[in-house]
Write a protein that binds this ligand. Sequence first.
Ligand code: NAD
Length: 454
Amino acid sequence: MLTCRQGRDVVVTEQSSRSIAPAEGTLGVLLVGLGAVATTFVAGVENVRRGRAKPVGSLSKMSTIRLGKRTEGRSPLIEDFVPLASLDDLVFAAWDPIPDDAYESCKVAGVLDSQHIEPIADFLRGIKPMPAVFDQNYVKRLTGTNVKSGRTKRELAEQLRDDIREFKQERGCARLVMIWCASTEVFISPGPAHESLAAFERAMEENDPAIPPSMLYAWAAIMEGVPFANGAPNLTVDVAALQELAEQKGVAVCGKDFKTGQTMVKTVISPMLKARMLGLSGWYSTNILGNRDGEVLDDPESFKTKEESKLGVLEHILQPSMYPDLYGQIYHKVRINYYPPRGDNKEGWDNIDIFGWLGYPMQIKVNFLCRDSILAAPIVLDLALFLDLAQRAEMVGIQEWLSFYFKSPMAAPQLVPEHDLFIQQTKLKNTLRWLMGEEQITHLGVEYYEYERV
Ligand SMILES: NC(=O)c1ccc[n+]([C@@H]2O[C@H](COP(=O)([O-])OP(=O)(O)OC[C@H]3O[C@@H](n4cnc5c(N)ncnc54)[C@H](O)[C@@H]3O)[C@@H](O)[C@H]2O)c1
């Protein structure tokens, strides 16, 4: 308890670090899907481990964090501040309906040059995908032969649990994390089968179409006490039933949909417009993309899942109901066009129609020539390390502090999600400070000036 100047009592949380189990032993990273993102991630980690490249784009490896007052000059690297698993302690496993090992899949993806593949070919060949729980009804443009069979969805999910246990034992893992890097499934709305754990487990037994493969992986992970992150826009773990299970089993979960190219830019430009009270009348975003993800998203049902995830961002950031004069009439359109010649090298165009003082119109154009998996791979690494940290700190359920990495961040049911990239970054860093018992940074700044002491 602290008595403030006006004589009122205010309660302040005592600063003490949370107890965090040590990051000792091997951390197994279970990847659902061994396509472009997953192989760019594992090949990247191996190149970094061998000193052949730098983990550019990864906060956990490259970012510093300021501690205390600006006068103290304390800004350690995040990895020196919080106890994270070492890259040398990571081992990998994956499931995929396509039987290619990580070496073959890396070549097919066409993201990395041979200088980052050939020297580590043996390592990549050693990662062979386990048979997947796959159903073409949920990803229409894919066929695969490396697939499990079972009488019910429950049986299939139990087979995934067996895989998890076997891998853990064979590789002697102290801990595991699971990350969905698989294709985007068709759009599913939350329904009765997702409302409670009992209804969900009944639906698995009854082969209810409301339970796609991604939910079976999430269920299996949580049942095995393995934290789960969802890199695609599928509902997956963003349903009450699986959150109930996560609470029950004491497991950390987060999602959805890695925030990489165009949406990352959108969540930087739109807060800028709002901060300066500039209006927005329209935002047209289009992309060409030629990788397998682009092919899957060419199916209207998978695209709908992605579209929902991409469209929600502006509405949440700009709050049209609070600012009807500025944002009440936005025309927002998002297009993804499958165009094979570009492979993973996506090109995005944004045309942004804004207006200023007295309503005079202006335009912003963005032409982002990005590399999808190059942007996504460091996110996978950060999520693996931070989710493992959350689990060791017994932070159960939705990890809102990891919103920074997602297009459609999960939040408690009564909360609106936070989309602004820099608020998300502050949330992430303040959570790390909170975990380690360091003061929160509010950026107030009056403490540096005389008038504060009067
Ligand atoms: N790269 C990015 O910038 C980015 C950003 C946000 C989201 N994502 C999402 O990440 C996911 C992966 O993207 P990618 O470029 O690696 O795609 P990809 O098509 O190269 O790889 C996906 C892999 O998942 C496999 N798969 C499909 N269903 C599966 C199942 N049920 N079980 C196991 N494996 C399954 C496919 O066979 C494929 O090999 C996609 O959903 C994509 O939308 C990517």
